[in-house]
Design a protein around this ligand. Structure first.
Ligand code: ADP
Length: 399
């Protein structure tokens, strides 16, 4: 850390210390509530404060006050205050403590292009899920987690292009990136330099990009200090990024989750109003055990598994059209079948997918072939959301 950065953190700590903790009526500096202060290169400051679960009105007032004083520190471009509750039992509940809540059921009728899910009379994907979770997202239709049990399988690439494809199909679409171990949405969307701002009601306005409303932990966190984004702080950040962001109105919100089946995913599955989950996997056998774990976790938490996507399924030689199955063939499809989870489709290894991610222009926005591929995938997912659970998705062939 540069000395100017540590000076800035010291200055932030000093102004925060002068505030009065509403609980103990002591200066905040002596209250033990300041969990972390970080500052990004561009001057964006993030402060994490311990709080009650759920936060009280006094906590909210403290947060507003803290935001104002940190914002005023010379050198701070903007301030973001996150509240974390360490003693929130449901957040840390073990998997076997999950209540036997009924699986959220999807709508009676199929979703169609241009559908405003939020405006439908019946909102079963949300109704049941929101009742279960405790976090409500009024005005948001379906909430779909994009998960993988391992990093590097292309989960974020799929999430971004899938969201873009949904927007292209006419749905109001959002993308929330909570991959705390490597939030890649800002890079993939080309929004690294954009900073989310608060609206009049103190909710963060999502960053608009490629027809999507987006929010990423990468917009808020100091990328130099990933260690802080662990455990309860992760849980708190996830909760806030769902409830303190002005998402509505949205037809569908995709959540790019951290890889694995740890606390973060479990919390998301238990607390976020998920309509369903999609699991991304590569074809090789070593990844398949992970798919099984992912499917099992969502099922245990009563989140419908909308299906499995096989990424990097094959490489097609542009000259001859010959396909090479670099990582094996059809493994994710077989696993999906064995687990009785729908198989949603294959995404080939495509240079344009990687390049698009690197330069912040998703391939679905620049390559009509990719757009078609992801739109077909999106339609299958929408069909799964609208179909009674357990019914297999219609087969759509990618060309
Ligand atoms: P994850 O979110 O699972 O960690 P990413 O989406 O970040 O994975 O992808 C990891 C890397 O693989 C990125 O460089 C991405 O551009 C690349 N990638 C992902 N899917 C494909 C694909 N189908 N074809 C080519 N490159 C891909």
């Amino acid at each position: 850390m540069t000395s100017s950065k540590s000076d800035l953190i010291g200055a932030i700590r000093a102004v925060l210390s002068g505030l009065i903790d509403p609980d103990s009526q002591k200066p905040l500096g002596n209250s033990g509530r300041i969990a972390d202060i970080s500052v990004r290169e561009d001057g964006r400051a993030t402060v994490i404060l311990h709080t009650q679960a759920p936060p009280t009105d006094a906590d909210t007032a403290l947060r507003v006050q803290a935001e104002a004083v940190v914002d005023a520190v010379p050198g701070v471009a903007s301030a973001q205050i996150l509240m974390t509750a360490h003693s929130n039992a449901p957040m840390n509940a073990p998997m076997n403590a999950t209540p036997n809540a009924p699986a959220p059921r999807a709508g009676e009728r199929r979703l169609q292009k241009g559908d405003n899910i939020a405006a439908q009379d019946a909102k079963p994907p949300q109704g049941a899920a929101q009742a279960r979770s405790g976090i409500e997202l009024p005005g948001v239709g379906a909430v779909v987690a994009v998960a993988s049990a391992k990093g590097g399988v292309g989960k974020s690439t799929i999430a971004v292009n899938l969201a873009v494809a949904c927007a292209q199909l006419g749905l109001k679409t959002g993308l929330l990136d909570i991959d705390v171990y490597g939030p890649s949405a800002p890079t993939m969307l080309g929004t690294q330099s954009v900073k989310p701002e608060a609206d009049a009601s103190k909710k963060l306005r999502p960053v608009e990009a490629h027809g999507l409303k987006t929010m990423s932990i990468g917009y808020l966190a100091d990328q130099d200090a990933p260690m802080v984004w662990r455990g309860p702080i992760v849980m708190s950040a996830i909760t806030q990024m769902l409830s303190d962001v002005a998402w509505a109105p949205l037809d569908i919100l995709f959540i790019d989750t951290p890889p694995g089946t740890g606390d973060a995913q479990l919390t998301l599955a238990q607390r976020a109003p998920l309509s369903g989950a999609i699991i991304v996997s590569t074809p090789q056998e070593v990844a398949l055990a992970d798919v099984r774990r992912g499917v099992a976790m969502f099922r245990k938490t009563a989140v419908p598994v909308l299906g499995v996507i096989e990424n990097m399924a094959y490489f097609e030689d542009p000259a001859s059209g010959a396909r090479t199955h670099i990582f094996g063939e059809g493994g994710a499809r077989r696993t999906a079948e064995a687990l009785e989870a729908p198989f949603l489709g294959e995404i080939p290894l495509e240079t344009v997918l990687r390049e698009g991610g690197d330069v912040g222009a998703p391939a679905a926005t620049t390559h009509p072939g990719c757009a078609k591929l992801f739109q077909a995938l999106a339609e299958k997912i929408l069909a799964q959301l609208a179909a009674p659970q357990g019914k297999p998705a219609p087969e759509i062939a990618f060309t």
